[in-house]
Design a protein around this ligand. Structure first.
Ligand code: ATP
Ligand code: MG
Length: 328
């Protein structure tokens, strides 16, 4: 009766797998079935998508609706499929022309009011889409800069579902205001900014790192730091209290060269999955510096969590410095 498909991306660690989102409408008792190994947060997509479509001024099809995510064998989690599901349903219902979305990759969570909210891991998702040969992606506006880092892909950043429907149908695009509350920091990531400041992964901006030039003397330790930086070696500092161990170790990241383009994408992909890329500075092009507190928990150091796991300090320090102070 009505069929349409579009694409989205499932993340497995920091690797993306392109997933086809198919929507099928059949006459029958109104129902909405989602198949294809969704987890709990993805199953809730049904309710978000229905509310977002209705609150965007569209009609919900009173038919038997089946949405399938394939390959079904890849476990899928999170809310990033919402946008793809909503567009596939609208296209199956002939509100959008099905060919208009068939070659698009859509990533984004929908609010019940139809606003498109950012999700974690947009960069690795777009990298996977580019690798699979897709050339156009639709992402939440706030993550458009991050998505644009991938060469050869044209990025459409949107604020609401209404906007996307209008763009796809060549209608007048409604002016939408900035999504309220999106600029707020993730509460789960609060308290991470300064090395040693509380329990956390302690990722910090390299611009604020201290300089080795401040250290008086300490020629042997300085040489050890330089050799460690040049060769990418581990470094263990041992000495009496006040000898300057912490002071020296905090200056190691400042010695490392800038990341190459490939390394920058790798590191940025990990930080994107962690959801800690600062708005307005999507590319991490300097070696990261992570200094978790000595009382930090194991998951905060090695990563973890259900669904899409959050990288820990070890992963966030990829291609940079992981400083474990007081590591006895
Ligand atoms: N060679 C040095 N040049 C400049 N300042 C120094 C030097 N050595 C020590 N200091 C000063 O001493 C302070 C204490 O050093 P730091 O905290 O690094 O010692 P530590 O070896 O880590 O001690 P602890 O084992 O107690 O953690 C530094 O903040 C710095 O002000
Ligand atoms: Mg110390």
């Amino acid at each position: 009766m009505g069929f349409a498909r579009t694409c989205s991306v499932a993340l497995v660690g920091v690797e993306g797998v392109v997933v086809e989102v198919q929507a099928d409408l059949e006459p029958g008792l109104a129902a909405f079935t989602l198949v294809g190994l969704p987890d709990k947060s993805l199953s809730e997509s049904r309710d978000r998508v229905r509310a977002a479509i209705v609150n965007s001024g569209e009609t919900w099809p009173q038919k038997k609706l089946t949405v399938g995510l394939s390959p079904a064998s890849v476990p899928k989690s999170g809310s990033g499929f919402d946008l793809g599901v909503a567009c596939a349903v609208l296209a199956a219902n002939e509100r959008i022309a099905p060919p208009a979305i068939a070659d698009l990759v859509m990533i984004g969570e929908l609010g019940l009011d139809g606003r498109v909210r950012p999700v974690r891991g947009v960069l690795p998702a777009v990298l996977a889409a580019a690798d699979a040969g897709y050339r156009q992606v639709v992402v939440p506006e706030r993550t458009a800069a991050e998505a644009s880092l991938v060469p050869g892909v044209s990025v459409l950043g949107i604020r609401t579902l209404r906007q996307l429907i209008a763009i796809l149908n060549d209608e007048t695009v409604p002016e939408e205001t900035e999504n309220r509350g999106e600029g707020r920091p993730d509460p789960l990531l609060a308290g991470l900014a300064v090395p040693g400041a509380g329990i956390g992964t302690g990722v910090c901006d390299r611009q604020t790192l201290p300089d080795l030039a401040d250290v008086a003397g300490q020629h042997t330790a300085r040489r050890a730091l330089e050799i460690s930086a040049a060769g990418g070696h581990h470094l263990y500092l041992k000495g009496p209290p006040g000898a300057g161990k912490t002071m020296l170790a905090e200056r190691l990241a400042g010695l490392l060269p800038r990341l190459t383009a490939q390394e920058s994408l790798e590191v940025t992909a990990v930080h994107s999955v962690a959801g800690i890329l600062p708005p307005g500075k999507p590319l991490v092009d300097t070696p990261p510096y992570c200094a978790p507190h000595h009382s930090a928990t194991m998951p905060s150091i090695i990563g973890g969590g259900s669904g899409l796991p959050r990288p820990g300090a070890v992963s966030l320090a990829h291609r940079g410095v992981l400083f474990l102070d007081e590591a006895r």
